[in-house]
Design a protein around this ligand. Sequence first.
Ligand code: SAM
Length: 282
Amino acid sequence: MNKNQVLSLLNNLQFTPKKKYGQNFLINEKVCHEIVTLADISPQDIVLEVGAGLGALTKPLLTLAKKVIAIEIDPVLYNYLSNKFSNFDNLTLINGDILTTKLPPHDKVVSNIPYSITGPLLEKLFYYEDSPIGVITIERTLADKLILHGEYKKISRLGIIHGTFMRVEKKIDIPRHAFFPIPSIQLSIIKTVPKRGIPSFLLKKNTRKFYLDFIAALFPYKNKSLINAIHLGLKHHFKFTLEKDTILILLTQYGFKNCKVFNLSLDQLIQLSEIFYSLMNE
Ligand code: SAM
């Protein structure tokens, strides 16, 4: 659909796009084609689409995939989509919130996601073992952070967490006016693929959750010495007080004595979280 078609449809539905749900609808065929091509859908694929909106992506996905699971939070759009795609028996349409809906198994996620919930959405969709391939449109500055550059100023909490589980294979910048209403942020499509050989510490739900929390605890202090970052992070994030002397003994024992958070590799961050998990749960 182009802009005029979307405008007339919104008018017919007497629907005003809602900012709180990030309702910016795709109106550019070329971008739609780029997303679907990048997703490389095969007839065996079960595809999850988050936030189907007016169905701009849903339609090509339905013609290519074995099955499409489309979730839409807005009941008006959900009703519109149920009518529009009533002839497709390979569509499972769910009216619900992606963050609280139990998801059926799927191989790929293809979505112009609601930008305001990007962090929790990425965590739910991708941060576990054997997670699906994703082709998603996200805020450009965030897309840049998910690509680990090794320059400490660019290293972010989300970048580290994403890099633990996923690798960004491709990033394509797209124009804001590919959407109506035009979003206030710059956007990119990223293709993200799961990493193999995720360490066993991250495979169990509770230790994975600890790792995510541990990274969140440390990153506000990424420019401080590791000993101070851990001391402050544990205190503020976990309400866990650990004497600096105790932290120093542990860091020395494991060869992390003079490090800063941003010096550490992903493997070292995982190892560090394991060390403190054991200490805090013994
Ligand atoms: N896929 C459509 C397109 O490309 O034109 C719409 C994309 S729009 C950026 C995001 C869509 O996600 C909206 O339709 C919005 O209603 C829906 N949405 C927002 N929050 C949601 C949530 N928590 N769960 C499911 N859908 C959500």
